[in-house]
Every structure is written in C-alpha cells, then in structure tokens.
Design a protein around this ligand. Structure first.
Ligand code: TGC
Ligand code: FAD
Length: 392
C-alpha cells in the first residue's frame, strides 16, 4: 500500500495553521503511517479491531482530545481536533470511530453532564485508554427517531434505578468498560453509565458486516439492571437534547474525518493514474481520467474549506447544529463519491485489499448512515431554512 507523506492541500489552508495544529496533524499522520497502515488491511479482512492501538492513542493524547488538561486530556482547539480526525480516518474509519465514540460520545457527555465524582473517576482513565466507552442511543426499532426509544429506567427505592431495554449498532459495545445508555424515565430521557459486568447487562458483538470491519459493533442488552444513582445517572441533563447534543461533537469530527478517507483514495488514484500504462500512455494522460481527478480534488478542497469555517465557528461557540449537519452531510457524500471514483480509476486493482480504496469506500457506507443519515441531515437543514420540520 503506498504511504503518502502530506495531505492534499490545494488551497494551502495549512499555511494558516498554528504551530500546535501543525504538530497535532503531523503526529497523527506519523502514527497512522507507522502503526495503522501496516496492519489495518489484515484487521479489516479478519474483522477485528486493532486493540493494541488504544494505549498508544491514549499516550499521544488522541482520546477526548478537545477536553481540558485538568482531566488528563489535550485541550485542543476545534481545528486541531478536526485535523486529528482527518488523519485517523485516513487510516481507517474504524480508528476514527473508536476515537469519536470515546471522546465525543462518552467523555464529552461525562464532562458536560456528569458529577465531579463521575468526571474524576472516568475521564483520566478514558483519556489514557485504560478504560473504553460506548454510546447507546439507537435501538432495533428506533434509529433516525431516537425519541421513540423503548429502553426504560424506573426509580427503585432510594437512590437506585432499574433499566430494561435493548440497544443496537453500538460501536465499541463488546469491548467497553462503560456504556452510556440513554433511557426514558418519567422525567424524560436520562443518561446512565453502566459498567461492564453489572448483573443483567451484556453486549454481544454483531457479526457479518461488509463495512467498518475493523471496528467493534454490538448490541447492548439490559435485563433488570440495577444501578446506583450517584454512580450511574448523569445529573446534568434531562430530555432528548442530552444525547442529541453529544452528536454535535461527533458529527463535527466526522465532517473532517470522512475527508481523510477521501484524501487517501484521491492520493492513491492519482499515483496509480500516473504509473498505470494503457495504450502506451499513463492513464493520467487521458481526459476522462483527468476529469475524475479534477473533480475529486475540487470536492475534497471544498469540503476542507467548509470544515475549516465550521472549526472557526465552533471555537467561537457560534456553530449551530444545522451548520454541523451541512458539513457532515456534504463531506461524507463527497468523500464517498471520491472513493467510488478512485475505485474506477484503479479498475480491477481497485477491489483489492492491496490498495485502501475499497475498504474506505465500504466504510463510508456506514459513515453515511450513522450519526444521522444523509436524509436526516438534509431534513435538519430543510427545517432550518424553511422553519418547517418535515421529519414526520
Ligand atoms: P426535536 O424535537 O427536534 O428535539 C428534541 C430536543 O433536542 C434538542 N435538539 C438538539 N440539541 C442539541 N443538539 C442537537 N443537534 C439537537 N437536535 C435537537 C431540541 O432543541 C429539543 O430540545 P428541547 O429542550 O426543546 O426538548 O427531536 P425529534 O425527535 O423531532 O428529532 C429530531 C431529529 C430527527 C433531528 C433527531 O432525532 C436526530 O438527529 N436523529 C438522528 C439520530 C442519530 O443521529 N443517531 C445517532 C446515534 S449515535 C451514532 O450513530 C454513533 S456512530 C459512532 C461512530 O462509530 O463514529
Ligand atoms: P432508519 O432510521 O430505519 O432509516 C431507514 C431509511 O429511512 C434511511 O434511508 C433514512 O434516511 C430514512 N428515513 C428515516 N426517517 C426518515 C424521515 N423522517 N424522512 C425521510 N427519510 C427517513 N448508534 C448508536 O447509538 N451508537 C453507536 O455507537 C452507533 N454506531 C454505529 C455503527 C455502525 C457501523 C452503524 C452502521 C450504525 C451505528 N449506530 C450507532 C446507529 C446509527 O446511528 C443508525 O443506524 C442511524 O441513526 C440510522 O438508523 P437506522 O439504521 O435504524 O435507519
């Protein structure tokens, strides 16, 4: 598999990065080149998550990277965090997914809605990769519409809660030490931290995926799980806005990350087109192939500029959920198109694991769906511009 030393930067956006942003990106790129690319194809073929990468990711500060140093995190700005996601997903969407779930969907809600004791107990361990987290919102019958969830938590005497329900499609589920489970209560939706090994709780792994094969996806089964309120209940939020606010963090990371996968495919296709000879010429000399490459680099660049502005808004705390939806929707869509186009340039070789193209393409089919499908983000933007919700 070819290893490329620099990211695609047609509009020279890197000239305006701070020293810290450059360092984070470079560190993540080196990590991916040295530790992810040599092993990822084998893991994807064997359908296993490379758990040996968790500790190094923790040591490098990649987990919960935008949270404060007080809890053992790197305290990165939004742009540095986005570039980190870009580089990780250039390796594989499964690696970025692991970091997204750990940081944006488990550590961020504990930081934002947890008690001080919960923060001190979980955040440093999660940051170091000594504990793994997962985020349980989706259910077998409620994906795009999590408000319909059936998982239920009821108060059981003084300071206790009883949880029943099933979650599905949960990244990291079977390897997680702690699951953040969202459940309906009489007060509205609440978040509960459920530790591995709690009686009545299990997390069977889902098998047979053709996408995100180097990532663990699981069910969460909760049968009369008895929880202590102080340890488990996130006190700081009630209502669907709890889980949906976490998604803003993760969707932001995906808007950057998907472009990393696209960059890997574009670079691979460009390199291949310049060296593959047909009709006595490199295929890069044919107009039809140049058109594909020009389109790919243009869409990649437009996606980067969209994500850059999103980063600026996010750091100024001015970003809206619908703006994040636009970037997630657009960037995953163009990333998938870029990967598909790259596959056509590599033709038969494009389906081989020797090149990263088909793996990225298959991964992005999941990315297109999770964290809100392309359709749902379209409707979120539609609601923003018309003032009319068209979800139901
Ligand atoms: P709606 O009535 O619109 O909203 C309910 C309450 O939530 C608030 N809200 C938000 N708050 C913060 N950020 C957001 N993005 C928010 N969106 C909504 C809203 O203001 C309201 O608050 P309040 O105080 O008035 O109660 O809710 P709805 O039921 O009509 O649903 C709207 C819809 C469809 C947009 C929402 O349900 C949605 O986003 N659906 C998509 C579900 C989704 O994205 N699931 C992702 C699961 S996690 C995952 O996929 C992880 S993959 C990880 C990986 O491996 O990388
Ligand atoms: P559905 O909601 O059943 O949608 C089916 C189709 O109908 C889609 O095309 C959708 O766009 C369309 N549709 C639905 N509603 C509307 C509407 N109102 N208008 C128009 N079209 C509509 N979830 C978690 O909670 N945690 C995780 O860690 C997690 N990880 C995941 C990992 C993977 C690999 C995958 C594939 C999914 C993961 N998910 C996770 C679940 C993911 O968030 C859901 O799959 C996603 O929200 C869509 O739900 P669904 O698959 O049930 O599709």
């Amino acid at each position: 598999m070819p290893v490329f030393t620099e990211l695609t930067d047609y509009m020279n956006f890197q000239d305006y990065l701070s020293e810290e942003e450059k360092l984070v990106r470079q560190t993540a790129r080196q990590f991916v080149n040295e530790q992810v690319l040599p092993i990822i194809e084998k893991h994807a073929q064997e359908m296993s998550f490379p758990r040996q990468l968790i500790k190094p990711m923790g040591e490098l500060g990649f987990l919960g990277a935008s949270l404060p140093e007080k809890y053992g995190c790197a305290g990165l700005d939004a742009l540095a965090y986005g570039l980190l996601m870009y580089e990780l997903e250039r390796g594989d969407s499964g690696i970025r997914s692991f970091a997204s779930v750990q940081g944006a969907l488990v550590m961020w809600p504990i930081y934002s809605y947890g008690s001080e004791a919960q923060k001190e107990h979980w955040l440093p361990r999660l940051a170091r990769g000594e504990a793994i987290g997962c985020f349980g919102l989706t259910e077998p019958d409620f994906g795009s519409n999590p408000g319909g969830m059936r998982t239920r938590a009821v108060r059981e005497g003084q300071g206790k809660w009883r949880l029943n329900g099933t979650k599905m499609w949960i990244t990291n589920g079977s390897i997680a030490d702690v699951a953040l489970v969202w459940a309906k209560t009489d007060e509205g939706v609440r978040g509960f931290l459920v530790e591995k090994g709690t009686p009545g709780f299990s997390a069977p792994e889902m098998k047979g995926k053709w996408s995100l094969r180097a990532s663990v996806t699981s069910e969460l089964v909760l049968e009369d799980v008895l929880l202590d309120e102080e340890e488990s209940l996130l006190p700081g939020v009630t209502g669907l806005k709890g889980p949906l606010s976490c998604l803003n963090q993760a969707r932001y990371g995906i808007a950057w990350g998907a472009l990393g996968a696209a960059d890997a495919c574009y670079e691979c296709a460009l390199d291949y087109a310049k060296t593959r000879i047909q009709f006595d010429k490199p295929i890069a000399s044919f107009q039809l192939q140049q058109q594909k490459l020009a389109r790919m680099v243009t869409e990649l660049t437009k996606g980067q500029l969209l994500a850059l502005q999103l980063a600026r808004l996010k750091d100024k705390k001015k970003v809206t959920p619908a703006q994040i939806s636009m970037a997630k929707m657009n960037n995953v869509h163009v990333a998938l198109e870029i990967c598909r186009s790259a596959r056509t340039i590599l033709a038969a070789n494009g389906i081989l694991g020797e090149y990263p193209v088909m793996r990225h393409m298959a991964n992005l089919e999941s990315v297109y769906t999770y964290e809100g499908t392309h359709d749902i983000h379209t409707l979120i933007i539609g609601q923003e511009v018309t003032g009319i919700a068209a979800f139901s």
